[in-house]
Design a protein around this ligand. Structure first.
Ligand code: ZN
Ligand code: ZN
Ligand code: FE
Length: 761
């Protein structure tokens, strides 16, 4: 047996999660000597061992790594022999230019929850954490991840905490946010003129107010929540009143899985997602009606489990096992993170503010996920996921994608990693745009990013496009403009590592097309370097332009007008009955004269029209309300379909609408009409895929765009395509909606810059 010194370079997400102490314990258990150190590019381990021992050691690292770690690779190298006496943990070494990963925020671990009852200096300490759990991304200002670089820097560790922090065997060894009742940040509650900051009082008072129907602002990990008792209509009414222009469903935090199961169906994958350390909101099918005002008219409920120690402590004091918890903001504005802004903006609406005196540096909302068939999909990528990079097989270095407008986010290419920003919201809002720019500054600093190309949407009016052109001018770098749906599909290709050409179905609300018209029902033959538009939803006019997006009845009327002309006034659909002839005539006159009626090809608007004609919804109060409610309304046992006509690449839904109107006249229920509509789209996709395979010889199908958040549609499409022998790809780590656009832009930019070929030539 020959001893040698081996060097193991562990890369991936290995910092800030107790990785070095883990290596220390493993090495001592195996009686290995050497050392471990954090570097900017990963963790380096030196051990004196035989080749066999080092292989076993490697396997043990991979097999028993801490929960939140995600090892990408372990490279082993034999080095000149160095004698060691023991196993040591060395201080951090700075390797400039290269980066390692910053951990996302991690839900409180079981061991810490147990410490809340047993550790004398942490009894009920509401900000307890250890190397395996606690805040990370939300408090970090600078790399490497050390306490002075976080918002914990202002708190002096007490002797007890310091000894744990310095004790290699301790679970809090080098836990940067380590704190206790003696030395850490504290919670407080302010209600009226009263303020308390003694934790037992804070918890009792918070619980009492909530059970009385209060609406409270409570500081979370990455921003404030607005919180009320999920079974008290008083609190929910206050919340609805505060968010009156916005009928969005609210998420509910349940005390436990068991309590949640009373109300929603939870399968194994969903349980795994709910209980994961990321603790996202998971959209789940409801078993029965929930409290009115929470998620009316939808078949799903957004559910999450407690993830901060404070949540766990609070539930012990509460009579009811569920809280409505929604983002602390007004519609479309960024989440509030500072006490001052909460007091200024929420004062007239909330009955109290629960806060703690540690600053949130990086704002990060709750993430939203859903399981589609057997695929867990991230729909809003934020807390728990940001800033974990997506590892790809392509060189993406220096490419910045600035995203779209709704659900905005940007993406940095660093080496082969796509680093996506957190969800920021709708850029039409000025505060959101400021948050977006600030986040870009912070990400480029944290990840030492120097852009060499910036990629934006084609739309000249998106603030993300303007941001791109300003940055390109300032840095003297190229600015590439990429078509919206091309970017959607590229995000799916990037995640799956696909190259060459694919069949792409991209259905969404809207994105500017190459012909200057708003697209959104696109069937493309697509690669990173371009696309061919094989089929698209036939254009229809939108009477009133953007107003029609908020008022689906206008789009419904537009479809009816294409079929029946002014005879539509004699129809007996629910839409006809809901409006006076005078109101209908006003819209008809816009259509007749072609005034303010831009053309669109949009799947989102198609769903709007069906929802409006069948009487489900005439005006929407939040994005995608009509499609969501149409899905919720459908009868899954129905198997009928409607005809769709395809002529010279144009997909016409007029025959479908004609048949749908007939159904409504015959009293067929909304549930069956909705199902027939959905099934018609499923067939359309599968038929077109088969046709393209026959003519073009392509077998890979990418689905992208917000419409594929529709679980009924997506599950059916994926299953049918699978049976037909296609390889189907759907972005899941990258959101399928517009938050995913930026990653697709980066993929296209990287291929363009590396090939030198022009796009859309
Ligand atoms: Zn812990
Ligand atoms: Zn302490
Ligand atoms: Fe889109």
């Amino acid at each position: 047996m020959k001893l040698a010194t081996y060097r193991l370079l562990v890369s991936g997400l290995v910092q800030g999660i107790g990785f070095r102490p883990f290596i220390y314990r493993l090495a001592t258990k195996n009686q290995l000597v050497g050392r471990v150190e954090n570097r900017n590019d990963g963790v380096v381990i030196l051990v004196n061992a035989t080749r066999e021992q080092v292989e076993v050691f490697r396997e043990q690292i991979l097999g028993t790594q801490p929960g939140a770690a995600s090892i990408q690779s372990i490279r082993i190298q034999q080095m000149p022999y160095t004698p060691f006496d023991t196993f040591l943990i060395s201080p951090s070494e700075n390797v400039s230019g290269r980066i390692t990963e910053i951990s996302p925020d991690i839900a409180v671990c079981e061991a810490c929850l147990s410490d809340l009852d047993h550790q004398l200096h942490r009894i009920s300490y509401p900000l307890i954490n250890c190397t395996h759990c606690g805040p990370r991304f939300s408090i970090i200002r600078e790399l490497p991840y050390d306490r002075p670089h976080t918002t914990m820097s202002v708190f002096q560790m007490c002797d007890l905490c310091r000894s744990e922090y310095e004790q290699v065997q301790d679970r809090r060894f080098h836990a940067q946010p380590v704190a206790c009742n003696h030395c850490g940040p504290v919670y407080s509650i302010t209600s009226g003129d009263e303020k308390s900051s003694q934790i037992d009082q804070v918890l009792r008072k918070t619980a009492r107010l909530l059970s009385q129907g209060a609406l409270l602002a409570i500081k979370g990990t990455g921003g404030y929540h607005l919180v009320c008792d999920a079974f008290h209509s008083g609190g929910i009414q206050k919340l609805r009143h505060m968010k009156k222009r916005d009928g969005k469903p609210f998420a509910v935090m349940f005390h436990s899985l068991e309590e949640a199961r009373e109300w929603v169906w939870i399968n194994d994958l969903e349980e795994e997602l709910l209980s994961s350390w990321q603790r996202p909101i998971v959209l789940l099918n409801r078993k029965r009606e929930f409290t009115p005002g929470v998620a009316d008219g939808l078949s799903t409920l957004g559910v999450m489990l407690p993830y901060m120690p404070f949540h766990h402590l609070l539930f012990k004091e509460l009579d009811h096992p569920a809280l409505v918890m929604t983002s602390g903001n007004f519609s479309e504005e960024p989440l509030l993170i500072s006490d001052a802004s909460v007091h200024n903006q929420f004062e007239d609406f909330v009955d109290g503010v629960v806060s703690y005196n540690r600053e949130i540096y990086n704002r990060v909302d709750d993430s939203v996920t859903a399981v589609m068939g057997d695929l867990p999909m991230v729909l809003r990528r934020a807390r728990g996921y940001t800033p974990t990079p997506l590892r790809t097989r392509f060189d993406l270095e220096g490419i910045l994608g600035t995203g779209a407008e709704l659900s905005a986010s940007f993406c940095l290419g660093r080496e082969t990693m796509a680093i996506m920003s957190q969800y920021t919201g709708d850029l039409k809002n000025l505060e959101t745009y400021e948050f977006y720019r600030e986040s870009y500054e912070r990400f480029s600093h944290l990840f030492r990013f120097t852009p060499r190309m910036v990629v934006s949407d084609l739309h000249p009016d998106y603030l993300s496009t303007r941001f791109a052109s300003e940055l390109a001018a300032e840095k003297q770098i190229p600015h590439l403009r990429v078509q919206h749906h091309h970017a959607h599909l590229a995000s799916g290709m990037l995640q799956a590592g696909l190259e060459g050409e694919v069949i792409g179905f991209c259905f969404d609300g809207t994105g500017l097309g190459l012909d200057g018209i708003a697209w959104g029902g696109e069937v493309l033959k697509s690669s990173y370097l371009g696309f061919e538009r094989l089929y698209h939803f036939d254009y229809i006019p939108l009477p009133g332009g953007d107003r029609a997006i908020k008022e689906p009845w206008r789009t419904g009327l537009s479809y009816l007008y294409q079929i029946y002309g002014t005879d539509l006034l004699h129809l007996r659909t629910p839409l006809n009955k809901a409006f006076t002839d005078e109101e209908l005539r006003q819209i008809i006159s816009l259509l007749e004269k072609g005034i303010n009626s831009p053309l669109v090809s949009s799947a989102g608007r198609l769903f709007d029209a069906v929802a409006a004609i069948s009487g489900l919804i005439y005006r929407s109060t939040f994005q995608a309300e009509a499609p969501m409610k149409l899905e919720a309304a459908l009868d899954p046992t129905e198997d009928g379909t409607y005809p769709i006509e395809i002529k010279e690449g144009r997909i016409s839904f007029l025959p479908l609408m004609r048949q749908l109107v007939e159904d409504l006249h015959h009293g067929i229920s909304l549930a069956r009409v909705s199902a027939r509509f959905h099934l018609s789209l499923v067939n359309l996709i599968v038929d077109l895929a088969a046709e393209i395979r026959a003519s073009q010889g392509l077998e890979k199908v990418v689905l992208s765009g917000g419409t594929f958040q529709n679980r009924f549609l997506t599950k059916k499409v994926v299953r049918k395509l699978d049976i037909e022998g296609f390889q189907v790809y759907l972005p899941d780590h990258i959101p399928v909606n517009d938050q995913g656009i930026a990653a697709g832009q980066v993929a296209i930019g990287a291929h363009q810059i590396n090939s030198g070929l022009a796009l859309y030539a």
